[in-house]
Structures are given as C-alpha cells and as structure tokens.
Design a protein around this ligand. Structure first.
Ligand code: ADP
Length: 177
C-alpha cells in the first residue's frame, strides 16, 4: 500500500489517479468516499474545512478496505490525516497482512496550492475554507511525517511544484515502479 500526503491542492488526486492507471492499482480517494457518504450537518462541517471525527473516517475506510482482497495494491489518497488514523492503519496492516510500503509526500508551498485550488473551484475551495484546511493540515497531518519515520515507514519527498508529468516521472522513479 502506498500513501499520498500533501497540502490540499498538492496534486494527490491527480498523481494518485495516474499511478493507479499506470500500474493497475486500486485508488482509494478518501475525500471522494467521504463526499459519497456524508450528509446533513456533518457535510456542512466538512465543507467548512473541518476534518471529520477519526472514528467516522476509520469506519468508512475499513468497509472499503475489507472489500479489497489485495490491499498491497492500494494507493491511498487523503488517509491518514491524524496520528490516531495512522495508528489504526498500522494495526490494520498487521491484522490483515499487508504492508504500508511507502509514503509519497507531495511537497508544494501554500502559494502554489492556493492558486491551484482557486482554479479547481470545488465548493470547499473558497478562500477562508482553504485557510482552515491549511491550518488543520499543519496541526494534525504534518506531524505524521515524523511519525512515519519513527515507525520505519519510508517517506519520499517529491517537489510537487512542477508540471503533472514531471511530478509523475519523479514518483515513478522513486518507487521503482
Ligand atoms: P489534492 O488531491 O492534493 O487536493 P488535486 O490533485 O485535486 O490535489 O489538484 C488540485 C488542483 O491542482 C487540480 O485542479 C489539479 O488539476 C491541479 N494540479 C494538480 N497537480 C498539478 C501540477 N503539478 N501542476 C499544476 N496543476 C496541478
């Protein structure tokens, strides 16, 4: 299993899709799956840039993962977003016998991703929501990079400020795919 990390707009969805298509892997896009399941007041919170409760996201992901026989063939975009979620994934990998082999960190600065998100224009890509999502990322998700290192999970840093093709070439090269 390969994990994709990076600020909103860093290109996780874009690169995840290319990787999955090129190498015949499953693409699990947590954002897309959550947008499929979540309704009502929780959907409003999500659109305001807040993360959902860990347990809620974990439950949703577990159902999806349990439907996939070979979990090593998964590219996971947008999970884990907190240390608690990462703890759960590591436990799950031990129980179900798959391995989190690499983390691809798509590294792009806030100015770059801000202008990409403006152009993408999803409902949660509004100015103040973007800032809230950056804040959540810095507080909750960024610390995961150290957590992965402490757990001997290989984090590969990719300069994600370049073109889609250049980033993809780098990802492919670093994974030896
Ligand atoms: P994430 O899944 O990390 O939020 P996306 O893959 O949805 O990011 O990308 C956000 C926006 O930026 C999309 O509109 C996408 O087309 C665009 N984009 C992604 N990667 C690049 C890139 N390397 N250069 C320019 N634009 C990009």
């Amino acid at each position: 299993m390969i994990l994709l990390m990076g600020l909103p707009g860093a290109g996780k969805g874009t690169q995840g899709k290319i990787m999955a298509d090129q190498h015949g892997m499953h693409l699990i896009s947590m954002g897309e799956i959550i947008r499929l399941y979540v309704t009502g007041e929780r959907r409003a919170r999500m659109l305001a840039g807040e993360l959902l409760e860990d347990d809620e996201v974990i439950n949703i992901l577990e159902r999806v993962l349990d439907s996939i026989p070979n979990k090593d063939l998964c590219v996971l975009d947008g999970f884990p977003r907190t240390v608690h979620q990462a703890d759960w994934l590591l436990e799950k990998s031990k129980q179900d016998n798959f391995s989190v082999s690499h983390v691809i960190h798509l590294d792009a600065g806030e100015d770059t991703v801000r202008s990409r998100l403006r152009a993408r224009g999803r409902l949660d890509d509004k100015e103040e929501v973007i800032e809230e999502r950056f804040k959540e990322y810095k507080e909750l998700t960024q610390p995961l990079i150290d957590w992965f290192n402490e757990h001997d999970i290989d984090v590969i840093n990719i300069n994600a400020e370049r073109s889609v093709d250049e980033v993809n070439n780098d990802v492919t090269r670093s994974l030896n795919l």
